[in-house]
Design a protein. Structure first.
Length: 300
């Protein structure tokens, strides 16, 4: 009988590519990962790994085992969900990955609702960029992710993950209150703050400016949208910001200008198909959806 914990290490290696990556993901030491995989190789009786420079390559037999391990993990999750659904009280831990503006707008009320309705349910949350969070949820690093996608910039569709829309909010140009510009093209000569290169939001924002006929002068780069607001408020930059960022705070410190075609950002939740029936995940999703229904980002 093969040891499931060792099989999971092998699957993680097929995902992460390095022993160090597996160790970091599962809180093992690299030497422990190596030892456990060596034991698995003896159990299977065939070569599973070959050295390649500083890393390792999986043999075809190892890839087969990794694929079947994914199916086993799905079966375990369905079994756990069935047992949890048979109980009277919703309990356990839901590990969530959330991006910043959704965390600020949605999490406080969601956590309060879950605490009141399901006191035995624990939520653990980590702030992650959506694309990374989706991949980590697929890899079993999280149970649930709150992610986003911008117009014509779809977030990755990973096998075995579902997707449920949560809320849509408008994206508008934020300028200092004293600035009188009326449209995006008027911002061609102004300094901009955007997210770092590589982020889907950065690519979308640059494309929006280019479609308007100019290359933005991006002087400031940060993934922190609160920093974007501060730079706009202080008159040092302009930015493209989603309305959800204004939930719980005033917009009077900036002026918002509508964009051509009124683009909307979509916020959604995603979980593994094998675990969507788990009552704990359902409870958290229900609380998120109720919180989203009560929000009016455009008028917050």
């Amino acid at each position: 009988m093969l040891e499931i914990r060792r099989l999971r290490l092998l699957r993680e290696l097929s995902i992460r590519g390095t022993l160090a990556g597996v160790a970091d993901a599962l809180a093992y030491s690299p030497s422990s990962v190596s030892q456990q995989l060596a034991l698995l190789e003896k159990e299977v009786g065939v070569e599973l790994m070959r050295k390649s420079g500083r890393g390792v390559l999986l043999t075809p037999q190892a890839q087969l085992l990794a694929e079947h391990t994914g199916e086993l993990l799905d079966a375990f999750e369905r079994a756990e969900a069935a047992v949890a659904a048979s109980q009277d009280e919703i309990r356990g831990t839901v590990r969530m990955a959330v991006f910043q503006s959704a965390m600020l707008a949605l999490l406080p009320a969601t956590l309060q609702a879950v605490a009141e309705q399901h006191p035995a349910l624990r939520i653990e949350m980590v702030q992650y960029e959506p694309e990374t969070a989706l991949h980590e949820t697929w890899a079993h690093g999280f149970d649930l992710v709150v992610a986003e996608q911008y117009p014509h910039h779809a977030a990755p569709h990973l096998p075995g993950l579902d997707r449920k829309p949560l809320v849509e909010d408008a994206i508008r140009l934020a300028v200092p209150p004293e600035n009188t510009l009326q449209q995006l093209t008027d911002a061609a000569d102004l300094p901009w703050v955007m997210e770092p290169r590589g982020a889907a939001t950065r690519h979308w924002a640059e494309q929006a400016c280019r479609l308007a006929g100019f290359e933005p002068d991006v002087r400031y780069e940060t993934a922190d949208l609160q920093a974007h607001i501060s730079l706009v408020e202080s008159g040092h930059a302009v930015a493209l910001l989603p309305d959800l960022i204004w939930v719980g705070r005033t917009q009077s410190s900036v002026r918002l200008v509508d964009l051509p075609s009124a683009p909307l950002r979509t916020v959604f939740t995603s979980a593994r198909l094998a675990s969507v029936g788990h009552p704990a995940i359902t409870a958290v999703r229900d609380a998120l959806e109720e919180t989203a229904r009560r929000l009016d980002p455009s008028g917050a």
